[in-house]
Design a protein around this ligand. Structure first.
Ligand code: SF4
Ligand code: SF3
Length: 544
């Protein structure tokens, strides 16, 4: 196997024996096979679309397939084999769609494609077949391969957000068309480095649309988030813990557990759910349990109720809670029951059969500072900037992970001067969201904007501030200190670059899939820089 798509890749170069995430070589091969098949599916869907033929099933499957290959999502070989077999059927469907459209348009049979992903058919042994399609074999030129990888990881991250948006009925035909054309481009041996650079930037643009769709889906269904204190303690009684990003899944579970004497707790990236009026109205949405994803093996044994993961980041479950664990959506672990659709009775039955969760006091953390809430007090914020009470904004956000170097983000947040406000989002916030930062004239110094996809909201805040001060976002007293781990963070970075955001500090280490030449390009064009030490970076930012 060879995989270096995430930040914790072995030795900072690539996982070759087994994934640091726990991904086994057979799972890696199945994911590589699936991705290869999806490139072929995208190739024909793109060609069919250009001739006026589209198909919703193909569009939806591209999202599901790409999402399954994101880090810490699907570790189940049986499920991946099913997906790959389905990919074969749907690739045939896409090919047929194209052939029919071509014949209609030209009156002659469509040309045949005998090489690469367009010629792919699932073999009898999908694992052996997948071993030929490692990401390291994508292209002979390392720089071109690097940019194709940036594009593919961007597509994976965007697919995750698009899948959540699709569940809420939000799709955009231009985005579907882009998924197909970008996958088709990865099958074209004649494209050059700058073609893929343009596609990567375009991916960032479409991801802004997708995050906007997801935001609209959340707001239309659950209202704008409002500042809300969330308890980190637990109440005595039965409990279900929900981890992941999908709010619709949480809502359905809340409806089905109402009046059953079960408290529902959020974990990881579900924390921002508490800020939505349409979700916080459920009195049994009881609080937030535990910290970021990488602590699950240590923390989940302490939660005696049922546990369900609806997206990344799932890790190998300890035996102590494996029998009360469930997965949903694109997330899967071998031999862990997977809930299809929205019938959570198996999870509810398990919670009722489990011992009670004890009463444990906790502290309160504040969530719900989406753009609507922050811009609702924009006058106050602008006045505070004008009076000098607020001197700087820091966006400290992104993924968390196990590396010790990630302490940088805690230190950085702690060292931010008292006259500065910290905006945060995604699971990296668990590094500092239980610290007391106080307030500036009633404006909390730590504003939790939400999940990683709520980068959309942070962008709206930055754009509104830029408008209020009549300057560009890059000219605001705003610095972005980002942490990445998986491919959703990669696509958010592409969105920020597409918007022309400069001077981003990125850590804890730079992606292994970026070659020195591609890094130079990013530095020259966007002045993106790796983090150093909290002290030095702060000095450099505030001194400039
Ligand atoms: Fe390694 Fe990350 Fe790939 Fe897992 S997803 S195999 S940890 S690079
Ligand atoms: Fe975290 Fe996995 Fe990236 Fe949504 S939950 S941000 S790492």
């Amino acid at each position: 196997m060879f995989c270096h798509q995430c930040e914790q890749t072995a030795k900072g170069t690539g996982c070759t024996q087994v994934g640091v995430c726990g991904k086994q070589p057979n799972v890696a091969a199945l994911q590589d096979n699936l991705l290869h098949g999806l490139q072929g599916l995208g190739f024909f869907s793109h060609k069919a679309r250009k001739l006026g033929s589209t198909d919703k099933e193909l569009e939806a499957f591209l999202l599901e397939g790409l999402f399954a290959t994101v880090t810490n999502v699907d570790f189940d070989p049986a499920r991946l084999a099913n997906l790959t077999a389905r990919c074969g059927q749907l690739k045939d469907k896409a090919q047929h769609l194209y052939q029919e459209a071509f014949r209609r348009a030209n009156g002659i049979p469509a040309p045949r494609f005998s090489k690469g992903p367009p010629a792919w058919q699932p073999a009898a042994d999908l694992t052996i077949q997948g071993a030929q399609f490692g990401i390291d074999k994508l292209h002979g030129d390392p720089d071109i391969r690097s940019v194709i990888e940036i594009l593919l990881y961007g597509l994976k991250g965007m697919a995750a957000y698009a899948e959540h948006a699709q569940i809420l009925g939000k799709v955009d035909p231009e985005v579907s068309a882009f998924f197909e054309s970008a996958l088709a481009a990865t099958c074209d041996p004649d494209l050059e480095l700058m073609d893929f650079v343009s596609l990567a930037m375009e991916c960032g643009k479409h991801n802004l649309t997708v995050m906007g769709l997801l935001n609209a889906g959340h707001v239309e269904n659950y209202g704008h988030p409002v500042p809300t204190p969330v308890s980190t303690g637990t109440r005595a009684g039965k409990g279900i813990l929900v981890s992941g990003h999908d709010l619709k899944m949480l809502e359905e579970l809340l409806k089905q557990t109402e009046g059953k004497g079960i408290n529902v707790y959020t974990h990881g990236e579900m924390l921002p759910a508490h800020g939505y009026p349409g979700l916080k109205k459920y009195a049994h949405l009881a609080g937030n349990f535990g910290g970021a994803w990488q602590d699950q093996a240590k923390e989940l044994p302490q939660f005696p109720g049922a546990i369900i993961f609806n997206t990344n980041c799932i890790q190998k479950p300890a035996e102590s809670y494996r029998d009360r664990l469930f997965t949903w959506g694109c997330t899967a672990w071998p031999d862990v029951p997977h809930i299809e659709g929205f019938d959570f009775s198996a999870v509810i039955d398990k919670a009722l059969a489990c011992p009670d969760v004890p009463e444990v006091p906790g502290q309160e953390i504040l969530v719900g500072f989406g753009h609507n809430a922050v811009l609702g007090v924009a006058d106050k914020v602008i006045d505070a900037v004008k009076s000098g009470a607020i001197k700087h904004f820091f966006l400290i956000g992104g993924c968390d992970g196990a590396k010790s170097g990630r302490n940088y983000y805690t230190e950085f947040a702690e060292k931010v001067p008292k006259d500065s406000v910290i905006l945060t989002l995604a699971c990296g916030k668990y590094r500092f969201n239980k610290l007391d930062f106080g307030d500036i004239g009633g404006i909390p110094r730590l504003l939790d904007v939400g999940q990683c996809n709520d980068a959309y909201s942070a962008i709206q805040i930055a754009v509104a501030l830029a408008g209020a001060f009549d300057r560009g976002v890059n000219d605001l007293p705003l610095s972005m200190i980002l942490s990445w781990y998986e491919q959703k963070a990669a696509v958010i970075l592409l969105t920020l670059l597409h918007l022309g955001i400069q001077n981003i500090k990125l850590g804890p280490s730079l992606p292994a899939f970026i070659t020195p030449n591609v890094l130079n390009f990013l530095v020259e064009n966007f002045n993106i820089a790796p983090i150093t030490t909290a002290e030095d970076d702060l000095k450099a930012i505030l001194g400039s």
